[in-house]
Design a protein around this ligand. Structure first.
Ligand code: SF4
Ligand code: SF4
Length: 303
């Protein structure tokens, strides 16, 4: 099983489009594919392929710290330990935990020598599972015929399909969405093992922050989608630096390649010794299909 991230420092460069096109390509080749939308603050892959998010398959919970003042000795160790600056303490007073900055990493309650930090679980997101292609074998209500092989059901879903969409959605207003992405990815990888998927495609959020890092970590490689603009070039360098730090091999896809000056992108690719794997020209047909939610069946190779 290969795990491939589709990322791009800048938003709006066509990351989700490329993710769907790649999924289409692999499905066409007869592979079992999971497309996992890890842009949990604004997932849109389901819209691009005309799907609806109905009942969540799973809820995502994150653990947050809760101070027990009776046990706290105001030593300040939790403040020093927190890498997210989510604990604030006025000297001599009790520490204050700032939930908006907290990633739920657990470091503070692990280090607290007086066990004064309790853990409070809160729902922070939902995971949706859509089966995209038609079943090769329909499940009938009739009892199975002698020798008939039926698809195995997993949470009411068939395992006989070859294209699945997993969508993570963070709770509205949640500031730190990295842990939600980590849980969505974990769900996708577990599901992929169960159905013996060939590919898991992780469509990340734009940027280089925590949710993007969660999605990129431990991937076999990443397609970095960019565009031939100064901002595209700037953000491309940032995401390539991040991939280097995470030791994730990067390949560049240049979208709308004929609409700007691509020399900067070519120079960056040369500097980082990375190949521009594919150039996608502007296509009105593709834009129309994108806006109508009809991107299924577009072939990555032919666009
Ligand atoms: S580490 Fe524990 S005891 Fe020390 S200030 Fe933080 S909560 Fe209180
Ligand atoms: S759980 Fe992690 S991020 Fe949150 S306050 Fe504790 S140390 Fe900081």
């Amino acid at each position: 099983m290969k795990t491939i991230a589709i990322s791009g420092g800048k938003g709006g460069v066509g990351k989700s489009t490329v993710a769907v096109l790649l999924a289409n390509r692999f499905v066409k080749e007869g592979k079992k594919v999971i497309l996992c939308d890890c842009d949990v603050e604004c997932p849109n892959d389901y819209l691009l392929i005309g799907q609806k998010l109905k009942n969540p398959e799973k809820k995502v919970y994150t653990e947050f710290p809760k101070l027990n003042k009776k046990k706290c000795k105001k030593c300040g160790l939790c403040v020093k330990t927190c890498r997210s600056n989510a604990v604030f303490q006025v000297p001599g007073k009790y520490p204050i935990f700032i939930k908006d900055l907290c990633s739920g990493c657990g470091a503070c309650w692990t280090v607290c020598p007086h066990k004064a930090i309790e853990v409070k679980k809160e729902e922070t997101g939902k995971i949706y599972l859509n089966e995209i292609s038609n079943l090769k074998t329909q499940i009938s209500n009739l009892p199975p015929q002698r020798g008939e092989v039926r698809p195995v059901l997993l949470g009411g879903k068939s395992q006989n399909s070859n294209f699945w969409l997993i969508t993570g959605v963070a709770k509205a207003g949640l500031e730190e969405t990295g842990p939600v992405v980590a849980k969505v990815k974990e769900f996708a990888l577990d599901f992929a093992k169960k159905i013996k998927a060939d590919y898991v495609l992780l469509d990340t959020a734009p940027g280089t922050h925590c949710p993007v890092i969660s999605a990129l970590m431990d991937c076999d490689f990443a397609y970095i989608v960019t565009e031939p603009t100064p901002m595209g070039a700037h953000d491309l360098s940032l995401i390539l630096d991040l991939c280097k730090k995470l030791k994730v091999k990067a390949k560049i896809i240049l979208n709308q390649a004929d609409l700007g000056d691509k020399r900067k992108i070519q120079k960056i690719a040369k500097d980082y010794k990375i190949k521009i794997e594919k150039e996608i020209p502007y296509s009105k047909k593709l834009v129309e299909a994108y806006s109508k939610g009809q991107l299924l069946n577009f072939d990555f190779i032919k666009v």
